[in-house]
Ligand binder design. Structure first.
Ligand SMILES: CC(=O)N[C@H](C=O)[C@@H](O)[C@H](O)[C@H](O)COP(=O)(O)O
Length: 232
């Protein structure tokens, strides 16, 4: 996995309710990322992963987002999604590593033991939302610790990744032994560079590269401040 070190990984994802939902479009997003110099792709679903493989030969962090009735966990929640990703052949499988119960009331510890025993060669990334979760996932033996879910769980709702010069990332880096991948709201080149400087292994950037509706929204929001000023 040395290929990832200090490099940009672009997340190419569009869910069913998004305008770019299409494996073909995601494969072209991946090609664009490759042409721009990205050294890895993060992708959701077997269909997208297969389409992306046709376009680029970059390493892939694979996930399957799926909702279950009895759990708030939706990033690679059960063994079924892990089986599918292993069959699809991704370099790293990322999964929710928050302290919430998984579907069928399985704990992270039990789940991780199960998947590691079943697939001892596979590399795993922990999508965490707090420092405590990162430390826990590190102890369980995840290969990469990610900040993917910072701000997206009840425990982390108040946290912003860049707050106080990436305090949460600095705390995680000081406490874990596995490489840390900065992911989630890293939305400028300067932030991506800063987290590398702090010691992150690599950076996953998504929406600000691959979700045009979000990019548009940011322009509109900023410009609205000016029109409101003039109106006021
Ligand atoms: C919270 C969640 O479900 N995050 C997802 C995880 O795979 C993706 O929707 C994000 O785009 C990805 O993590 C990259 O983050 P950002 O788009 O902020 O650069």
């Amino acid at each position: 996995m040395e290929e990832f070190k200090n490099q940009l990984i672009v997340s190419c994802q569009a869910l069913e309710d998004e305008p770019l939902h299409s494996s073909y479009i995601m494969s072209k997003m991946a090609l664009a990322a490759y042409q721009g110099g990205a050294k890895g792709i993060r992708a959701n679903s077997v269909e997208d992963i297969q389409a992306i493989r046709q376009e680029v030969s970059l390493p892939i962090i694979g996930i399957i987002k799926k909702d279950y009735d009895d759990s708030d966990i939706y990033i690679t929640p059960t063994i079924q999604e892990v089986d599918e990703l292993v069959r699809a052949g991704v370099d790293i499988i990322a999964l929710d590593a928050t302290n919430r119960l998984r579907p069928y009331h399985i704990t992270l510890e039990a789940f991780f033991k199960q998947i590691k025993e079943k697939y001892p060669q596979q590399k795993w990334m922990a999508d965490c939302s707090t420092i405590e979760e990162a430390i826990y996932a590190d102890g369980l033996g995840f290969d990469f610790i990610g900040t993917t879910l910072v701000g997206y769980t009840p425990e982390s709702q108040h946290l912003k990744i860049e707050h106080n010069d990436f305090e949460i990332i600095r705390s995680i880096l000081a406490r874990v032994k596995h490489p840390v991948i900065a992911e989630g709201n890293i939305d400028t080149p300067q932030k991506a560079r800063r987290v590398l400087e702090l010691g992150c292994y690599s950076v996953v950037v998504g929406s600000i590269i691959t979700r045009p509706q979000i990019i548009t929204q940011r322009f509109v929001k900023e410009m609205r401040k000016e029109s409101e000023k003039n109106d006021g």
